[in-house]
Design a protein around this ligand. Structure first.
Ligand SMILES: Nc1ncnc2c1ncn2[C@@H]1O[C@H](COP(=O)(O)OP(=O)(O)O)[C@@H](O)[C@H]1O
Ligand SMILES: O=P(O)(O)OC[C@H](O)CO
Length: 511
């Protein structure tokens, strides 16, 4: 058999629950995959950590699995690697030993609530004009401050210049390119825009905000575009010599993979959390309705493209919680089977404010609530309330987005969707009903990995540019709104009432 001379691009998706490696061909089709889950560490209520060394081991293992599954493909067939990642999750490590000084503090973790209060000095939007983000436990900067304030010896080492910080893209790329033996310390504009430490207009680190958070600038990675060659796979690795040529935060990668290249085009990814991004072009729009302003992507030397984002902390993870903590279902798909045993939610509303509430409320002190209970409510109704909570939360951010976008003459006409929960047809129909616009799912569901692959492939000339992404995108399914207006508004009004019941729960003595 003659050797395979075809060329491919690999994407590494370092997500909240797992790390994946996926190989794509020129038409954007999946050739092979590898995937490993990592442990979710919950040391206390509200704290969520990952072991960075486990993440790095799993990334390598996922790459090995992916190559093994593709049999006649090896690193010489791979023209570039793109990295995409859970954003905001902060890692601090010692560059002289390669050892993390503490576990990664995950984006869902709420331990920095007091730090955020102190930094706010009475104004949660103190840094928003510069970085596009309110002060909230979600973002990476305050997590790094927590590590420096709480880990023995960390601040001294940081001040000596021995420590590096990064979101998980930086950690993975540093290790992939050699670690203590000359690993490159970089991130891209999209990930940097989730730290609170980058200025959205200049795309440089902001010395004032770093100083306010007590973060030495020597710890920071170099900020690069989302599509250029940053380095190559280290000697002795599975991808030796392969250019690492794309980095995008996972939600921005999905926006790219969904071909949302025009102003007003929007996607929502339904995974652990739910993240809706709308492309706002080269314009930085500051939200007046509780959304984030973020960098959407920057291809090489081109101008950056920005986005408005509505981030929802808990979506698919509520389904996991029902499976793991309540034992009501055995696997995620069963939530739909259970929900379809009843016609409606029976009056029950589930507000999963497990990490406080993100967009559009930004309330760190909210906690989850299941309300509207009567003796009538059964587990089918609860399953339906679980599914509906994701659609209601999405409607809230969509309405905030519509209000912000209107000021800039942009209108949301349909919503492209992806992520694990889009397999749930009951959710997709309810989503279209709540939004009043069509919900559209593409054929390749792995849009996050695909977006990172495109960014890397474009950097090395494997793809010419955005037109290839548009040409390869294909519709799989579409849901049109069906429900009548009164029912739509009645249920949404009750949802909003339920949300108010979660506010202001955490007191100083609540554990
Ligand atoms: N049929 C389903 N109905 C509802 N939720 C689902 C279904 N299938 C998967 N999920 C949820 O989707 C999430 C996994 O989606 P995925 O896109 O892989 O997430 P992530 O990238 O955040 O790890 C899990 O939280 C799981 O509970
Ligand atoms: O890894 P995911 O898909 O849960 O995405 C996490 C987001 O990037 C958090 O902002």
């Amino acid at each position: 058999m003659s050797p395979n001379t075809q060329k491919y691009v690999m994407a590494i998706d370092q997500g909240t629950t797992s790390s994946r490696a996926i190989l794509f061909d020129h038409s954007g089709q999946i050739v092979s995959t590898g995937q490993l889950e990592h442990e979710q560490i919950f040391p206390r209520a509200g704290w969520v950590e990952h072991d960075p060394k486990e993440i790095w081991r799993n990334v390598r293992q996922a790459v090995a699995q992916c190559l093994a599954a593709s049999k006649d493909i090896n690193s010489s067939n791979i023209v570039a690697v793109g990295i995409t990642n859970q954003r905001e999750t902060a890692v601090v490590w010692d560059k002289t030993t390669g050892e993390p000084v503490y576990n990664a503090i995950v984006w869902q973790d709420t331990r920095t609530d007091k730090i955020c209060d102190e930094l706010a000095q009475g104004d949660d939007d103190r840094f928003k004009e510069r970085c596009g983000l309110p002060l909230a436990t979600y973002f990476a900067g305050p997590k790094v401050k927590w590590i420096l304030d709480n880990v023995d010896g960390a601040r001294e080492k940081a001040e000596r210049g021995d420590l590096l910080l990064g979101t998980t893209d930086s950690w993975v790329v540093w290790n992939m390119t050699g670690g203590v033996q000359g690993g490159v310390h970089v991130t891209d504009v999209t990930n940097a825009s989730r730290t609170m430490l980058m200025n959205l207009d200049t795309l440089d680190w902001n010395p004032d905000i770093c100083a306010a958070m007590g973060i030495p600038m020597s710890m920071l990675p170099e900020i690069k575009s989302s599509s250029e060659v940053y380095g190559e796979g280290r000697k002795g690795g599975f991808l030796v010599g392969v250019p690492i040529a794309g980095i995008l935060g996972d939600q921005q990668a999905a926006t790219f993979g969904q071909a949302c290249f025009e102003r007003g085009m929007a996607k929502n990814t339904y995974g652990t959390g739910c993240f809706m991004l709308m492309n706002t072009g080269e314009e930085v729009i500051h939200s007046r309705n509780g959304l984030l302003t973020t960098v959407c992507y920057k291809i090489g030397d081109n101008k950056p493209v920005y986005a408005l984002e509505g981030s929802i902390a808990v979506a698919g993870s509520l389904v996991q919680w029902v499976r793991d903590n309540l034992g009501l279902i055995k696997d995620a798909a069963e939530i739909e089977t259970l929900a379809t045993t009843v016609d409606d939610n029976g009056g029950a509303y589930f507000v999963p404010a497990f990490s406080g509430l993100f967009a559009p409320y930004w309330k760190d002190d909210a906690r989850g609530a299941l309300v509207g209970l009567t003796r009538y409510v059964n587990k089918g109704h609860i399953a339906r309330a679980v599914i509906e909570s994701t659609a209601f939360q999405t409607r809230e951010v969509a309405e905030a987005m519509a209000a912000d976008a209107k000021d800039a003459d942009i209108e949301l006409t349909e919503l492209k969707v992806d992520g694990g929960m889009t397999a749930n047809e009951t959710l997709m129909q309810f989503q279209a009903d709540q939004l009043g616009v069509a919900v559209v799912r593409p054929k390749v569901a792995e849009t996050t990995a695909l977006g990172a692959a495109y960014a890397a492939g474009i950097a090395v000339g494997y793809w010419d540019g955005e037109q290839d992404v548009i040409d390869n995108w294909a519709e799989d399914a579409r849901w049109e709104p069906q429900v009548d207006e009164d029912e739509r508004e009645r249920t949404y009004r009750l949802w909003q009432k339920a949300v108010t019941r979660t506010f202001d729960w955490v007191d100083d003595d609540v554990r």
